[in-house]
Design a protein around this ligand. Sequence first.
Ligand code: PLP
Length: 472
Amino acid sequence: MDTSEFRKYAHELVDWMADYMEKAGSYPVRAAVQPREILRQIPESPPQRGEPFETLFADFQNIILPGMTHWQSPSFFAYFPANSSPPSILAEMLTATLGAQCMSWVTSPAATELEERMMQWLAGMISLPATFTGVIQDTASTATLCALLTARERASHFSVNARGFSSSPPFTAYCSTEAHSSVEKAVKIAGLGRENLRKVPVDDAFAMQPRALERMLEEDRAAGHVPLFAVAAMGTTGSTAIDPLREIGGLCRRYQVWLHVDAAFAGSALILPELRWMSAGVEMCDSFVFNPHKWLFTNFDCSAYFVRDVEALVRTFEILPEYLKTSESERVNNYRDWGLQLGRRFRALKLWFVIRSYGVEGLQEKLRLHIRMAYDLAEQMRASGDFELLAPAPLNVLCFRYHPAGIRSDETLNELNARLLESLNATGKLYLTHTKLGGNFTLRLVIGQTNVQPPHVGNAWRLIQHVARSLA
Ligand code: PLP
């Protein structure tokens, strides 16, 4: 494809993209295809000769699009969102065009320095103490692994990196029973052993019980273990429960445990001063992660990782073969040493475009609307008489079930609500996912998509009531 063809097709695609944004809500939200249905339509071998772009794009529309779940539909209420926005998409287009690999300052100084500044902007926007320094990671899972590896190295005086585990103490890690599975994954990968991850019980609001954590720390220490790493959730995946940071932070200080805050979803809400109560105590934490790719309208992937001890982070990851040595490294950041991978995408550009395009106030307005819509819907559910909320809803995630009068058995309710979820998603008009809270099958409805407005929530609520009552 030469540049004149590229120009022609790119213009056509931009038109298609704008049309898609306008009508994303008209597609079935969850892909309605059977397993391997797409695979069967793709030839087993690649073409020997190049094909015209018209054919590729027709196949994209006919084969791929029907197999896509539409995360950018305003009726996408599932999981947590992975939001995009027009300025973010434009930045991604430029990033793809420049095609830079931003591993070191010298491989793209602007990418490195923009990243440094964007992390400062974000830290200020969410009111993190100035003691934190940020770096973009691909995902929160990676950031949590980085935090654990750094904690392990600092506590072992960098001996695990040097000699393996032979002389390191038996480390233990802690998170609540509601923590994200990425914590357990990190514990496995970092070599601590899954059996050395303690799952701390939660209270009625699904937040970690600090007294239980304290007991576990005490017992482990008495048994000769070395408590190393704790994760506090600011917004659990199941129900956006907020672990009490201040109390957990006090314990971690006392037991010299690295405290990492997983705010993957809810961290974005700290741009709202009225929600900063969630981060009270954050000054006692060692690291903090949140995902602008979830609730700050920045295309996946973009995870903001903040750490207090940058030197320990860099000492954990840096490796300096001759071919990577550069003369200015004393004065600049070489982000290849701030995480797992060598090669890095230019992710700061989309953050820059998003933050400047909306402005902090524009972003705050969008988040406030999402939360207000969730509060209104929670009120309607409470008033309905046959729906019940199964968890507090401090933000924009509603955890609920249908509970018609006369049904007392949890088993029957679980089965009824599982059928309700499947029936709802099969309509294609919305997409919800579920979790289990206290053993109960729980529907989750997340109001956080970039373009969701009150009529979308209203339609969803009407459909939920209608389908539920017809099932019963
Ligand atoms: N932590 C929490 C609380 C999450 O909800 C999620 C994903 O939804 C993650 C971590 C993992 O995020 P990522 O996909 O960025 O690794």
